[in-house]
Design a binder for this molecule. Structure first.
Ligand code: CMP
Length: 140
């Protein structure tokens, strides 16, 4: 089915000037960028976005990293977009990411791991609505 997923190009990849290279991978895989915005997240926004991880030991470092520079936020649409984007990204820890994935090629560490992508239909809907509330209203 056609799906939408929320993608974030994180501060490390924005600083490396590889937004275009990452977008090219989305496009080559048949994912269409249907909404996008560059934004420097506030502490509050980053904490709210990652609220599900609030109790995890890495939460503070994760939020600190996400507010360290601008990010590029986009909604990707396409057939099986959620799983397709996760395949393109590779494993969360770049050391475990398959060759040729975005994280294998552009990420440095588990925090500076280049990209975020929604992991399931429910989180995709919530994450798209978090950053692009208008889109959620008109989806499907
Ligand atoms: P992301 O897909 O953005 O979702 C949560 C982020 O927390 C994850 O990518 C990693 O960058 C970061 N993180 C740091 N440590 C861990 C860990 N042990 N397990 C999962 N995510 C982690």
């Amino acid at each position: 089915a056609t799906e939408r997923t929320l993608s974030i190009i994180k501060p490390d990849a924005v600083a490396k000037n590889v937004i275009g290279q990452i977008y090219a991978r989305f496009e080559a895989a048949g994912l269409k960028v249907i909404a996008a915005r560059m934004q420097h997240l506030s502490q509050r926004e980053a904490e709210a976005f990652y609220a599900v991880h609030k109790e995890r030991p890495f939460f503070k470092d994760l939020v600190g990293f996400m507010v360290s520079g601008p990010v590029m936020i986009q909604v990707l649409e396409g057939e099986g977009a959620i799983a397709k984007n996760r395949e393109l990204m590779g494993a969360t820890d770049p050391k475990k990411a398959d060759k040729g994935t975005i994280r294998a090629d552009f990420a440095d560490s588990i925090d500076a791991n280049a990209v975020h992508g929604s992991d399931a239909p429910e989180t995709a809907a919530a994450e798209v609505a978090f950053f692009f509330p208008g889109l959620a209203i008109y989806s499907r």
